[in-house]
Design a protein around this ligand. Structure first.
Ligand SMILES: Nc1ncnc2c1ncn2[C@@H]1O[C@H](COP(=O)(O)OP(=O)(O)O)[C@@H](O)[C@H]1O
Ligand SMILES: [Mg+2]
Length: 338
């Protein structure tokens, strides 16, 4: 109050200073800052809270572990046969909780599911909803949840663990807690018409009672070398090279794979570097930055160089000279690459 009075006093003497101070006093400056991560919501359309993707937008198929592939296949089968199941008094899978580290394909799989089912995808980022909670946010989230149950769609609740954190936080305003209760209740009563996907990088933050609310759970893990190789191959890299690159990417996510392939394509287009060469360079750099053991870096790097030269039809002896190793080493590398 005293600050307000100060502002009005200042106004009389200095209009500009008053204008600068006023937002801090009324809190509008903070609010404006808060909303920068989530745009202010139009209370009629609810659109800014939720991202929409049409079923016609192109989407790549994720490269998944055998277990995840089985789960995706089962889910699609049930959703596509919903009428048959319903006629038999059964309910198709309505909700799925995806958990795993960042960059392994949770969002990508949700998108893929939506495309395969020819449904629109709505994505609600719960972390930003929770962190920039404003007066109407609760009502708008509710409206999104209701809308997604009126129109057949896939609704992705991303960063779902934001709910768990809020649930345990005593300092929270009552409205936020009520919203969490509403969301959990919504999962229980979810309509079979739409598919609800929740995704989290922190499954361990969710208590078992929350996990149990979902019809299906999908665990995503960091990809195995075999899977990483398949991801490279899906992006047009030859098998032998993909296998070698996979050794360099042990412990890394699929998004790291996508990043180096993208960067190498750009390097090729913009600077005329041969794609494979750019890929080897980018992969070596990425895996070095990720802390890959020097020994692995050196041997995989050598094998990759041999492979690059070999692909150009260079004989083993010349490869040895070109990359400065012995002829025997080159022969051994060629044999192991085969
Ligand atoms: N399983 C996967 N197969 C192919 N590409 C993947 C896979 N997982 C991640 N990617 C790549 O990484 C990007 C980010 O993945 P995303 O699905 O957003 O990860 P998450 O949601 O698990 O954090 C994707 O757009 C894609 O390019
Ligand atoms: Mg994601």
């Amino acid at each position: 109050m005293r600050v307000r009075r100060f502002t009005s006093l200042v106004r009389q003497s200095d209009e500009a200073l008053a204008a600068a101070v006023m937002p801090m006093v009324t809190g509008t400056a903070m609010r404006r800052h808060d909303t920068s991560s989530a745009p202010p919501v139009d209370s009629d359309t609810k659109l800014p809270l939720v991202r929409f993707e049409s079923p016609d937008q192109p989407a790549a198929e994720p490269v998944l572990s055998p277990e995840a592939t089985v789960a995706v296949t089962r889910l699609l089968k049930e959703r596509e046969s919903a009428d048959k199941l319903t006629a038999a008094g059964l309910v198709p899978i309505r909700s799925v909780l995806m958990s795993g580290p960042p960059g392994v394909g949770k969002t990508m799989t949700a998108r893929w599911l939506a495309r395969q089912l020819h449904l629109p995808l709505y994505t609600l980022d719960l972390a930003s909803v929770m962190s920039s909670f404003l007066g109407r946010t609760g009502a708008n989230v509710r409206a999104v949840l209701e809308h997604a149950q009126r129109e057949p769609c896939v609704l992705l609740l991303d960063e779902f663990d934001a709910i768990a954190k809020r649930r345990d936080d005593d300092s929270d305003v009552g409205e936020l807690k009520r919203l969490v209760t509403v969301i959990l209740q919504t999962i229980d009563d979810w309509t079979p018409m739409s598919l609800l996907v929740a995704a989290t990088n922190h499954g361990e933050l969710l208590d078992p009672a929350v996990w149990r609310r979902f019809d299906m759970r999908m665990n995503f893990e960091l990809p195995s070398p075999a899977l990483i190789s398949l991801a490279f191959q899906a992006k047009g890299v030859e098998r032998a090279m993909a296998d070698l690159l996979a050794k360099l990417f042990a412990g890394q996510s699929m998004s790291a794979v996508a990043r180096v392939v993208d960067a190498s394509r750009k390097e090729h287009v913009l600077h005329g570097v041969k794609f494979e060469q750019a890929l080897v360079n980018a992969a070596m750099e990425a895996s070095q930055q990720h802390g890959m053991a020097v020994k692995v870096l050196r041997s995989a790097g050598r094998d990759l160089q041999v492979l690059l030269h070999q692909a150009q039809g260079m004989p083993a002896r010349e490869i040895a000279d070109a990359i400065g190793v012995s002829h025997t080493t080159v022969l051994r590398s060629i044999k192991s690459n085969a």
